[in-house]
Design a protein around this ligand. Structure first.
Ligand SMILES: [Zn+2]
Length: 164
């Protein structure tokens, strides 16, 4: 049994290594670069501005636990800002209940987010981040409601809600 398991583990490691080599040229930065020079802050500067959890999400492309953010159930009218630089990203009237446990939107404020493809789970996913500070927000999928058909799956810790 042990031998079987270790052989399976070995094969798995081998496959992962091969995939890693294949995808290496497409590997992405740990976080996206800021488009505005004044938001190209050092690691230390970001750490002093953000909580530990928000730093992990915004600057290291982490993901919070599903259903952990109070913003998941936020239903008031208002604007969702980037927790890194305070740029407005989403309007409350574009928010919908996706049932995933993460605040979800079917559209972003024009020009506020930029996308890139990541391979963190091997399968390509479209990552998006704040267009101003480059802070990671979440992933966008094509299974959202009309009219866009998009589902922006956002980390609540990467947002700051400002009610109207
Ligand atoms: Zn930002």
């Amino acid at each position: 049994m042990n031998q079987f398991l270790s052989r399976r583990t070995f094969i798995l490691i081998l496959i992962m290594s091969i995939l890693k080599i294949i995808f290496k040229p497409m590997q992405v930065l740990a976080s996206s670069l800021a488009s505005k020079e004044e938001w190209n802050l050092s690691k230390e500067e970001w750490k002093s501005r953000l909580t530990e959890e928000s730093y992990y999400i915004l600057r290291e492309e982490g993901t919070e636990r599903a259903f952990s953010s109070p913003l998941n159930n936020e239903k008031r009218k208002g604007v969702f800002h980037c927790a890194g630089c305070d740029q407005p990203l989403f309007l409350s009237d574009k928010k919908f209940d996706s049932g995933t446990g993460w605040p979800s939107f079917w559209d972003s404020i024009q020009g506020s987010v930029e996308t890139k493809v990541d391979f963190k789970l091997i399968v390509p996913r479209t990552e998006y981040h704040c267009s101003r500070c480059g802070g990671h927000q979440g992933h966008v999928f094509n299974d959202g409601p009309l009219p866009t058909g998009k589902r922006y799956c956002n980390n609540g810790l990467a947002l700051r809600f400002v009610s109207e």
